[in-house]
Design a protein around this ligand. Structure first.
Ligand code: KG4
Ligand code: ZN
Length: 337
């Protein structure tokens, strides 16, 4: 059975995973998130530098954790896009070096397809077609997945801020720190999600697109207008409810419209406890099977890239050329570069 090493550097996580025939053998992540905290968002140059420093040690840790050596590998997979150009470049250059030195096939893969493919590690073969909702700091997309090794069809996306970006910006305006998602999620558990009626942008719109910039502004305006202390927990809970209400409504509607019985949710925001609960509730009511990987596999990691590489190898898909680019705006329809 082929052994695949996966490398992910599209944002602020240096992720290296090792997968053999749908089995996860290692998943090592070195994050530079703390270096970005004081800027309130990921600083591309800082992320690139951190990837450079973390790359070889993280590969070594992943191989050791899997109990294998470089000589045991059969293929290398790397995120070639979309993502931060400089950050992607570090992973792609490293993957090329390993592939060339070890004389192995190299797959430059789409980050979003990897977010979908990772679920096979936890829940087995992906039922296709499926609808995938990918929500993170960099992307918010609703996709039709007929064959994750070949192509994914975009149904809708955010018109402005990504869902995770909205969490990060609202956390910042409430003084809760960065990244905002986890702390808003925790704080929301102490609040009332019906306390404040924040807008559900695009909910009534027939498209599958979403928009979170107006919601972020609505939260800022509401906070500004308060005379007394801000009920932070209620703001978090009500804001979070507005985000997950729209996301889950659109995802379930897409499943119904397209006639698909499986919904998969991935990306960092899929770690959100209320998103998971409401998606489960609405999928149950609609007779849709929901698949969400555990939180550690939802945020960016190398296991997802290795998982997709493993599926590509299994499907007999041709490897990338050794001059494959780091493509910061890689189209979602293209799975392999
Ligand atoms: O997938 P990811 O690790 O990296 C990107 O590709 O962006 O996602 C990070 C994003 C951040 O915006 C973070 O605030 C958000 O995911 N996030 C959450 C939660 N955990 C992480 N958002 C809402 N609730 C959470 N529990
Ligand atoms: Zn991601």
């Amino acid at each position: 059975m082929p052994l695949v090493l996966g490398i992910e550097t599209s944002c602020d996580e240096t992720g290296v995973g090792v997968v053999r025939d749908r089995v996860l053998l290692a998943d090592e992540v070195a994050s530079s998130v703390e270096e970005h905290a004081r800027f309130g968002g990921v600083v591309p140059e800082v992320a690139s530098r951190a990837h450079l420093e973390a790359m070889v040690p993280t590969v070594d840790r992943a191989l050791a954790a899997a109990g294998v050596t470089l000589a045991d590998l059969d293929a290398i997979a790397v995120t070639s896009g979309p993502g931060l150009a400089g950050a992607l470049l570090v992973g792609v250059a490293a993957a090329k070096a390993y592939a060339l030195a070890l004389d192995l096939p190299l797959y430059g893969v789409n980050h979003l397809a990897a977010h979908v493919a990772v679920d096979v590690l936890e829940h087995g073969p992906l039922p296709e077609p499926a609808i995938a909702l990918l929500v993170s700091g960099g992307h918010s997309s609703l996709l039709l997945v007929k064959d994750v090794t070949r192509t994914m069809t975009p149904l809708g996306q955010t018109l402005d801020d990504a869902a995770g970006e909205a969490f990060d910006k609202v956390a910042r305006l409430l003084g809760l720190g960065f990244p905002g998602g986890p702390v808003v999620d925790r704080t929301a558990q102490l609040g009332d999600r019906r306390a404040i009626a924040f807008p559900r942008s695009m909910l009534a719109d027939p498209s599958y697109d979403v928009s979170f910039s107006g919601l972020k502004t609505a939260v800022a305006r509401w906070v500004e207008k308060q005379d007394g202390p801000i009920p932070v927990a209620d703001v978090c809970a009500s804001f979070q409810e507005a985000v997950v209400d729209v996301l889950t409504a659109k995802a379930v509607r897409a499943c119904r419209d397209v006639g698909v019985g499986h919904l998969l949710i991935g990306g960092g925001v899929a770690a959100n406890s209320r998103l998971r609960a409401l998606a489960q509730e609405r999928c149950d009511a609609a007779g849709i099977v929901l698949r969400v990987p555990r939180p550690g596999l939802c945020t960016d990691n190398g296991a997802m890239v290795a998982a997709l590489g493993d599926r590509l190898l299994d499907a007999g898909i041709a490897a990338s050329a050794l001059d494959l680019p780091a493509d910061s705006s890689m189209p979602v329809e293209r799975v392999v570069c």
